[in-house]
Design a protein around this ligand. Sequence first.
Ligand SMILES: Nc1ncnc2c1ncn2[C@@H]1O[C@H](COP(=O)(O)OP(=O)(O)O)[C@@H](O)[C@H]1O
Ligand SMILES: O=P(O)(O)OC[C@H]1O[C@](O)(COP(=O)(O)O)[C@@H](O)[C@@H]1O
Ligand SMILES: [Mg+2]
Length: 443
Amino acid sequence: MPAKKTRKVRINTSIPTLGPAKIKSGMHYCQFMEPDESTKITIPVPQPDGKTKEELLRFELAGPRQKTYFDPSKTKCAIVTCGGLCPGINDVIRAIVMEAHYNYKVAATIGIRYGLEGFIPKYGHNILELTPEKVGDIHTFGGTMLGSSRGPQNPEEIVDALERMNISVLFMVGGDGTMRAAESILNEVQKRKLKIAIIGIPKTIDNDISFVYQSFGFDTAVEAATTAIQCAHTEANGAYNGIGLVKLMGRESGFIAAQATLALKVVNFVLIPESPFTLEGEKGLLEGLAERLKKRHHAVIVVAEGAGQDLTDASRKTDASGNPILGDIAGILRKRIPEYLSEQKIPHTLKYIDPSYIIRSVAANANDRIYCGFLGQHAVHAAMGGKTGVVISRMREHYIHLPLKLVTGQRRKIDTHSDYWRAVLESTGQFQYMRSCFGTPED
Ligand SMILES: Nc1ncnc2c1ncn2[C@@H]1O[C@H](COP(=O)(O)OP(=O)(O)O)[C@@H](O)[C@H]1O
Ligand SMILES: O=P(O)(O)OC[C@H]1O[C@](O)(COP(=O)(O)O)[C@@H](O)[C@@H]1O
Ligand SMILES: [Mg+2]
């Protein structure tokens, strides 16, 4: 039989500009990039079937350009932060303000309060003027000094506000939802033929933004998650047939759970949204857990909040931004595990830990701080160089410009056929106890 042809996913990485950059940058101490300098990078590209495929693609490099599009003395920038909190947002705000003020000498940078609501007069939120003095030490705190929110706002009203406030550059710090909002704002700006740059800085501890291989704050969140898992392991070891159950964030992608599992090597079962599992029956989680307890007399289970949704009575309701409101998988595990083990007359204790918002509201660690600094600086370089509809991303060792369209297309998920997921499964050993849905070697 002839080999089945697979349709190639076409990826356009070209970046729109506002027009030719003509003004000499006041910066004289750095090496400048060519206006559209690019490089080829091999990256795993998400495929429609959920797998990833390595492809060599050309991306525009981030960095300062010798000529700027905007005249700094007439340029007013605005920053807005949207969606859930994430370690490092304040670091990004600080980096943007400092870069714009000291290196480009822009006239002003303002902060929009409480996400997209801040643009809409009816909410009555004030505007913050962001000076180096105001942002000097904000990186020592978690959260966002500007506040955030979920929920849609009309792009026409947002662009009205940008016009009213005479904004030339809008920096939007947020996740997939925010990037979709950025796209709708960009469309409205282009419809009105305005010269306003829209620059996205990808934020989410779920690490679920396409083409962004590690979003800022993820490293810090994983570190915070490992503290909870370590405690669960201690509790599990402290009792005969002790079970430590940890719930971690991860609505539709299980990166935090998987990465924390890899970091600690004490997790015996990790449950993520991308990999469905059965609870009851032969080789289901319950039977597997009983078997593990018989062998080792303790077990640690990490469950991402979005795992096993088919086992819950999830309502299909959504939050204000359209994100699914999840069913309580941890609640089901907390109830069903003790019931099952008691039915099997297996003595046990179960200790449940939910670090919840703690992992995302802490201040960024050193690595994330450095990362956020680069993102903020590159965001300003991109805007001043006349780029728009751009998301700043780190790919391999490069900082690059991604077109907004690329990141809003598809959510990033763990490829359960990847080497990464294999390593997670080898670290837990759960395929010895559970069914093939975890990708057993026979698959
Ligand atoms: N398709 C969309 N079009 C326009 N705005 C959107 C869209 N999806 C989300 N948003 C808005 O973007 C903001 C942030 O989205 P949300 O999903 O809450 O967080 P995140 O950006 O972290 O994913 C919210 O104000 C939300 O209403
Ligand atoms: O902040 P909320 O509305 O309670 O939402 C919690 C959700 O936010 C997250 O922390 C991050 O989601 P976003 O990146 O979409 O903001 C999820 O892990 C979690 O499910
Ligand atoms: Mg999101």
